[in-house]
Design a protein around this ligand. Structure first.
Ligand code: SF4
Length: 480
């Protein structure tokens, strides 16, 4: 790296899923270990800008090249700036990125995160763009250093890749077959995170409940949940995402019997039509899916369940869509991530010839949204009057001069904005409040002082010790 008066700065733009958010933390950790500092202020002024791309979301390529076009202008005004592109779209498009955006300095694949600082250095030294795309995982991302955005909450990758072949999904071709980390390594990382201040971890994988398939242990995931239950100081355990086909009773029991596993579950439905599920190559059917929800609620009555739904998959008829609406009604999801299907190049579904017209997809999407919003509102309003323990978020802060609110997550992961009383909590502390209002996407707790209580945690101590300051309130802060 060039010797300068002050350390070079970096900024990372993350697109896409939690897997990318986690990978970005690794990239930040590696860059900081290599002597970079996170850019203060406008990230477009950074010496290195990393774009961590997603190939799953709609118009991913259009958005990437739009982003890169803007960065070309920033680079022209900032001599020495470097631009690196990583993530799934980099893995997929490879050299195409340099052809369309020749001002990019580094293109690195999903398996090459560990090489990022060296690739930047090499590009700078050789004055030539570097492309490094491995076809298989060499170093598990969690073995790399990380710079976590939150002191209290951490992601822990337990597996990468996926052995399924859902026809709409690009993940298997970009992230490869499932690779599982050894349980001992996962637990060692969780313990280290707790020692550094975390009180909440989210176990992360494309398909967490098949964890263990790579080393021949079918019960590895419930065993991992139970083992997390024995880690002192770890207050909240979450996981994302499970696959309904592999969601066994052992997982349900482990959730119910492990006190620090939180009563929340994200269970992707994708479609309520068995015909469409088959065409998606999702091996469960609507009734089995609903049966899992019943079993979970049978033992964890307060479980808040969320889901993903794709509207307008090729061949979806109005009848299929009605099936989806029926499952949504019966599923009583607290929230749903709803997606309009659009063909992703490289996926089998993109080749199907019965694509649903855009305006039909749009119209169904709006109906689905309307139904789900109404359910979300009812589910949230049902919590008014309840007392909840919130983990205070890092980005909580003042909304405006009149209402002093901070934000936190309930055990079931719902977002709550609460009126701050004395004592003022620190991010990472647990605050007890009474819910006073429910909106579709958040709850309010403007509760009286008698019901307000703050428990100081080691995460709050770590936050205080990190010298961070509370940022400005954003109504959507912390929402997924
Ligand atoms: S389970 Fe299906 S949707 Fe999920 S990562 Fe695997 S192939 Fe993609």
């Amino acid at each position: 790296m060039a010797q300068g008066k002050s350390a070079p700065t970096y900024a990372i733009r993350t697109l896409g899923c939690q897997m990318n958010v986690h990978d970005s933390e690794r990239m930040a950790g590696l860059l900081e270990e290599a002597g970079y500092e996170r850019a203060p202020g406008d990230p477009d002024d950074a010496d290195v800008i990393v774009v961590n791309t997603c190939a799953v979301r709609e118009n991913a390529a259009t958005r990437l090249y739009g982003n890169l076009g803007l960065l070309a202008t920033a680079k022209a005004q900032h001599p020495g700036m470097q631009i690196a592109v990583g993530g799934c779209l980099a893995q997929k498009d490879r050299g195409e990125i340099l052809r369309r955006a020749p001002w990019v300095d580094v293109v690195f694949g999903t398996y090459n995160i560990g090489s990022l600082p060296a690739l930047l250095e090499r590009a700078r030294h050789n004055q030539e763009a570097q492309v490094e795309i491995e076809e298989a995982l060499v170093t598990f991302p969690s073995a790399l250093p990380a710079r976590r955005d939150s002191v209290a909450s951490a992601w822990v990758s337990i597996s990468v890749g996926c052995n399924n072949t859902c026809t709409f999904c690009i993940v298997p071709s970009l992230r490869g077959p499932e690779r599982d980390r050894r349980p001992g390594d996962v637990l060692a990382e969780v313990r280290a995170l707790v020692e550094s201040g975390a009180i909440e971890v989210t176990l992360l994988g494309q398909n967490v409940n098949t964890y263990g398939v790579a080393f021949g242990d079918k019960l590895a995931f419930p065993s991992l949940l139970r083992a997390c239950g024995g880690i002192e100081g770890l207050e909240r355990v979450r996981f994302t995402s499970p696959h309904p086909a592999a969601f066994t009773l052992d997982v349900v029991s482990a959730m119910a019997e492990t006190s620090n596993v939180m009563p929340s579950l994200h269970m992707p439905l994708q479609s309520g039509s068995d015909r469409i599920l088959k065409s998606m190559r999702r091996s469960y059917r609507a009734e089995r899916f609903l049966g899992i929800l019943d079993r979970v609620r049978g033992v964890i009555p307060d479980a808040a369940i969320t889901t993903d739904v794709i509207v307008g998959f090729p061949g979806e008829t109005e009848e299929d869509f009605q099936d989806t609406l029926r499952v949504i009604e019966r599923g009583r999801f607290v929230s749903a991530f709803t997606f309009q299907y659009s063909p992703r190049p490289g996926t089998p579904a993109a080749l199907l010839d019965d694509q649903v017209p855009r305006e039909v997809v749009q119209e169904r999407f709006e109906r689905l949204l309307e139904l789900q919003e109404a359910i979300s509102l009812e589910e949230n309003r049902a919590l008014v009057g309840r007392t909840l323990h919130l983990l205070v978020l890092d980005d909580a802060g003042r909304k405006d001069a009149e209402s002093d609110r901070m934000s936190g997550r309930a055990p079931d992961n719902r977002l709550v904005h609460f009126a701050v009383r004395e004592p003022r909590p620190r991010p990472g502390d647990i605050v007890t409040v009474e819910i006073t209002y429910g909106a579709p996407h958040h709850l309010l707790a403007d509760s009286p002082a008698e019901t307000y209580h703050v428990r100081r945690t080691h995460a709050g101590d770590a936050w205080e010790g990190s010298g961070k300051s509370v940022g400005r309130f954003s109504p959507r802060s912390g929402e997924a």
